[in-house]
Ligand binder design. Structure first.
Ligand code: BLA
Length: 235
């Protein structure tokens, strides 16, 4: 599951001039000691972006994960692309969170970057859960138009691939339209907001326990510090 989405994302990055960055062996691929799960990651250097990472975890019928974050360059103040897709096999439950994660909660910033996501949010009402999100603070690094589904996978009314493709295309539009001409935050402010994003995400991320149970604590710590949120150590 999610393999198609990963292929789609990697192909889309490649077509935008992305170059693969080699990862250390155990970050690139790691098997659980019981042999019941594998986690693979990709890192890209993409024009206009500081860092673009993707991760797929396959624990068979228990759990499937696809997670990706794209951090634009400090010199522009685009929202961060955030994707977190999880499927829990026992309950056949899908949790899908897709957002243009805003650096700040500000009307002018929203009116500049969120027209496209607003359209998608209206187009896919089943991805418009109004319940408060767990673990995170919905007013911090989440937009009012995030696409969020949590429920029975079979009850999805629109194929996830279609939503994903549309979402990614809409995000590329921000980039392709060269919206970096809009200078609302200076480079130093953007840098600090990216650092804060990593610190906040690492503190809140419910994935550590999951990684620990499959791959051990040492690897889980390393994966979070060195791959998922490497700015955590900067202040
Ligand atoms: C929820 N994300 C979760 C949960 C897990 C992960 C285990 C709890 C699901 C549940 O029990 O219902 C897993 N997070 C991961 C994994 C990685 C990770 C495996 O970072 C890394 C490989 N999370 C993100 C990003 C977004 C995000 C980029 O990493 C933004 C789009 C959002 N994840 C997010 C939200 C929830 C969540 C909002 C809570 C969903 C809810 O309220 O049910």
């Amino acid at each position: 599951m999610f393999e198609d989405l990963l292929d789609l994302a990697n192909a889309s990055i490649l077509s935008h001039g992305g170059k693969k960055i080699e990862l250390e062996n155990d970050l690139k691929e790691n098997f659980s000691s019981k042999g019941d799960a594998v986690i693979r990651s990709w890192l890209w250097d993409v024009p206009g972006f500081r860092r673009w990472r993707l991760t797929r975890m396959d624990a068979g019928k228990n759990l499937q994960v696809f997670n990706s974050v794209a951090y634009p360059e400090y010199k522009n103040n685009h929202p961060i692309l955030g994707i977190d897709l999880l499927w829990f096999g026992v309950k056949n439950k899908l949790v899908a969170v897709l957002d243009f994660q805003p650096l700040i909660q500000d009307e002018e910033y929203f009116s500049h970057y969120y027209q496209g996501l607003k359209v998608l949010n209206n187009l896919y009402p089943s991805f418009n859960r109004t319940k408060t999100i767990k673990f995170y603070d919905s007013n911090n690094y989440f937009s009012p138009w995030l696409l969020f589904y949590s429920g029975d996978y079979d009850a999805l009314d629109i194929p996830l691939n279609k939503i994903f493709e549309n979402f990614l295309d809409t995000y590329w539009q921000i980039h392709d339209k060269n919206l970096e001409k809009y200078k609302y935050l200076c480079q130093d402010e953007v840098k600090q907001l990216h650092i804060n994003y990593d610190i906040y995400s690492r503190e809140r991320d419910p994935a550590h326990g999951l990684f620990k149970s499959y791959f051990g604590e040492e690897w889980a710590d390393k994966f979070l510090s060195n791959f998922l949120f490497p700015l955590t150590n900067q202040k």
